[in-house]
Design a binder for this molecule. Sequence first.
Ligand code: NAD
Length: 255
Amino acid sequence: MSKEIDRIAEMIVSSKRVVVLTGAGISTESGIPDFRGPQGLWKRVDPKIGTIEFFREHPDEFWRFQLDRLKEMMKAQPNRAHYALAELEKMGKLSAIITQNVDSLHFKAGSKNVIEIHGNLRTAKCIECGKVISIEEALKIIEEGVFPPKCRTCGGLLKTGSVLFNEPIPEEALTRAYMESEMCDLMMAIGTSLQVYPAAYLPVIAKRKGAKFIIINMEPTPLDEIADIVVHGKAGDILTAVVEKVKEKLGVKGS
Ligand code: NAD
């Protein structure tokens, strides 16, 4: 393992533009379950609850499910993996994080250039008039007895700001994600099963443009065969060790 850590650190140091793609696995050490890992949500819950069709047909059941996840995410704190990436950015060795997560933990850890391709849970949006409100405001509407919550302006149904299955990815986020993937010379996929598109396509774009590609994940993924390095293990342990090595190579002192 220490050989791989050293190789990853060397690649980071010698790259001009490092981009990271993260998935639910980077947040499991913060107590938020992933979908497809061994303790994943889809082992307990039918994945159809995450589709836009389910939301439209059963908004009350959808919101009950989302409220549980919201509570979990609002109290969650970033873990060592999130902090390690924020530190790399501060050192000028990480250009962007493209995340599939909706938990805001990269921002909470201090990362600045974060592209949330699956939206976030900080907001809710009316599916009729398109008005966007804060999630706190949506929770207030629920507290006032309107369930599932409705828009104060037009009475339309409110939906959380996360992107559901079969919903389009927000265009601006997707354009930025494609651009970063084309421009990077090193991409690292961390804590993602690389099974959800278009996220799983981003490393393919990067590779085609000549970038190196590293995977850090607990389990094998369908893209392992195109990766230059694959490390299986916990993102928190691995990234902490990688950042220490990067600092050593750059001659940066302290934490
Ligand atoms: P996924 O559940 O499909 O895969 C997560 C991967 O991370 C698994 O392969 C698992 O083995 C690995 N993993 C688990 N813990 C790890 C750890 N500590 N270190 C390293 N690897 C670890 O998740 P995905 O690829 O992000 O799937 C995409 C969907 O999951 C997205 O739509 C995303 O919006 C959604 N999601 C987000 C959150 C969140 O915001 N935290 C939580 C659950 C699901």
